[in-house]
Design a protein around this ligand. Structure first.
Ligand code: HEM
Length: 542
């Protein structure tokens, strides 16, 4: 239960005594219990915990960009300033307070393995703030128990490699369209170059990919739904930044009324879309067409009707489909566009790796082509570069679990029920004890023997999480990133713009605080040698 949840429950459930118990005695008891085990942290302050100090540390850190030249990637003190600060004082396992909720920071890979994998049944994903939930939807990311397991089973086939490969030609076309626009912009400038803020442009590519994954052959209708979704998310994220009044989202303010209207419209569109797909017949029988999330959910919703199959625990409803659409739009778009942005930024900072990856692309795919799935699998250097990017700049910098009952970790660490566990993914990725003295350097070669062998512990690299709740979209994200970067490398040389300021920061995801302006110079015009998708070639596309 979140901070406000505790306060509200205490107030509703028995007045003064309970409030004092929840806001005063319990935090004191938990603090002592951890202190007896040698675990300390900043002191709990009535009601607010240590949120004020945490915010102050983060605000101070984000006021100063990283100093040029940008050869080192020691960005952790800037991005997770509170973690870095308290770790120096209390060691890597310490206790902080989100209001009256205890949160234990755990960065030891062996303990992380227990929490996310070996003893995952003892932990729940924590319940995010209602405003974040509004953004991420009540879909796979936030579901729990049987309902989560059912949805995960139903949706997984959409993310199998054999299915994703069917999307590649169309996503490739979108990337080539983007590259063509950059080329035209460069040609229109007398310098022959163009400055692009890649963080904006990549969202077009990732939105396209997630729309195709979610809606497949109903792509055009899906685009309309996701356009509305984007507007709804813009309202919600604005509210997330500005308003911290509990219950505010239920007030009929102008923005809230617009959000409700949008939500209604999304539902109406989806209901029409579902009706059309049901009329068109069984998706499972469509050969050569990628399985999309919508089709899988419609099939699961109608499976069992008139058949002698066991009924699922909770049949999928239209409301579930609406929520999953929100979830996938939220979870699949910004994460991957952030990975793409950081990959281009680090390649602009490290031209030697840019050249190596470009050469590999030409060797494997030939000039002017759009890589096929088989060719992408052979781009080993690019794979290493993406891993190193995910290590240094993981889009999801941390995750949180909540202990469902009292639990012991590592045979020594007693965790009381309802304690939240903060797993600082980025801090684990930057830990010199795990990665060696060059932990803050960009060195893709460390991934030459695979991700599991790159560090001193196999659980030291967890950009997509670990265990049953590991990212379902991992294959899609990597495929999309490889395809996009390979196409860009083949068509452009690029470097950081003089306007670039290196300032990674986190607002839900890791992003560049002042954008990512990059200067692109087109290489020789691409050859008409596209084997994968006819229309992908810009020349035949006209
Ligand atoms: C570089 C890109 C991405 C990164 C770094 C990333 C990272 C993560 C992480 C760390 C988790 C686990 C969270 C936890 O254990 O608490 C996760 C879960 C999830 N991701 Fe991703 N993700 C990416 C791309 C995507 C894409 C493209 C999609 C969908 C198309 C997606 C959908 C999801 C969903 C639905 C979950 C929840 C899975 C579950 O709980 O069963 N992600 N992601």
């Amino acid at each position: 239960m979140g901070w406000w949840g505790w306060v509200a429950a205490a107030a509703a459930g028995g007045g003064g005594v309970k409030v004092v118990e929840v806001l005063w005695w319990r935090p004191r008891r938990v603090e002592e219990q951890f202190a007896r085990q040698g675990i300390r942290g900043p002191r709990y302050r009535f009601l607010v915990g240590c949120v004020r100090e945490m915010v102050a540390l983060m605000v101070a850190a984000s006021a100063e960009p990283m100093p040029p030249p940008y050869r080192s990637h020691n960005v952790l003190p800037r991005v997770l300033a509170f973690y870095h600060h308290w770790k120096k004082i209390y060691g890597s396992t310490f206790l902080i307070w989100f209001g009256p909720t205890p949160r234990l920071a755990v960065a030891d890979p062996e303990l992380i393995r227990e929490v996310l994998l070996a003893r995952a049944d003892r932990f729940d994903r924590y319940e995010s703030h209602p405003m974040v939930r509004q953004l991420e939807g009540e879909g796979l990311v936030s579901l729990r128990g049987e309902k989560w397991a059912h949805h995960r089973r139903v949706l997984t086939p959409a993310f199998h490699m054999d299915n994703l490969r069917l999307l590649l030609p169309c996503v490739g076309r979108t990337v080539v369209d983007m590259a063509d626009k950059w080329r035209a912009m460069a040609a229109a400038d007398k310098s022959g170059e163009v400055e692009i803020d890649v963080s904006d442009w990549f969202q077009v590519v990732t939105e396209d990919a997630i729309t195709r994954t979610a809606f497949g052959r109903s792509y055009e209708d899906g685009k309309v739904v996701f356009k509305l979704q984007a507007q709804l998310m813009a309202f919600a994220s604005e509210a997330f930044r500005k308003v911290f009044i509990p219950g505010y989202r239920f007030l009929p303010t102008k923005k809230n009324t617009s959000s409700w209207k949008l939500d209604k419209e999304i539902r109406k569109n989806l209901v029409t879309l579902i009706g059309r797909r049901q009329e068109a017949g069984d998706d499972e029988k469509l050969d050569g067409c990628a399985k999309d999330l919508l089709g899988l959910m419609i099939n699961a919703a109608s499976s069992g009707a008139g058949k002698k199959r066991p009924q699922p625990v909770s049949p999928i409803t239209v409301n579930d489909i609406v929520e999953e659409c929100k979830t996938f739009f939220f979870a699949g778009k910004q994460t991957t566009s952030n990975l793409l942005t950081w990959a281009i930024v680090v390649l602009a900072m490290h031209p030697e790796w840019q050249e190596r990856a470009r050469q590999e692309g030409v060797d494997v795919c030939g000039a002017g082509s759009v890589p096929s799935r088989e060719q992408l699998a052979k781009l080993k250097t690019l794979g290493m570069i993406l891993n190193e990017t995910l290590r240094l700049y993981p889009p999801a910098v941390a995750t949180v679990r909540r202990a469902k009952a009292d639990v012991e970790l590592g045979g020594y660490l007693k965790i009381p029920r309802d304690t939240e566990l903060l797993i600082p993914i980025m801090a684990v990725h930057h830990d010199a004890r795990l990665w060696g003295p060059d932990a803050a350097q960009f060195n893709p070669a460390r991934f030459a023997d695979g991700a599991a062998r790159a560090a001193r512990h196999p659980t030291a690299f967890i950009p997509f999480g670990l265990g049953a709740r590991m990212c379902i979209g991992q294959n899609l994200a990597i495929l999309e990133a490889k395809l996009t970067i390979a196409i860009i490398l083949e068509r452009f040389d690029f470097r950081l713009s003089p306007n670039y300021v290196h300032a990674p920061t986190v607002l839900m995801l890791l992003h560049p605080q002042y954008g990512a302006p990059i200067v692109f110079r087109p290489r020789s015009p691409c050859q008409p040698a596209d084997q994968t998708c006819e229309k992908m070639n810009p020349l035949t596309n006209q």
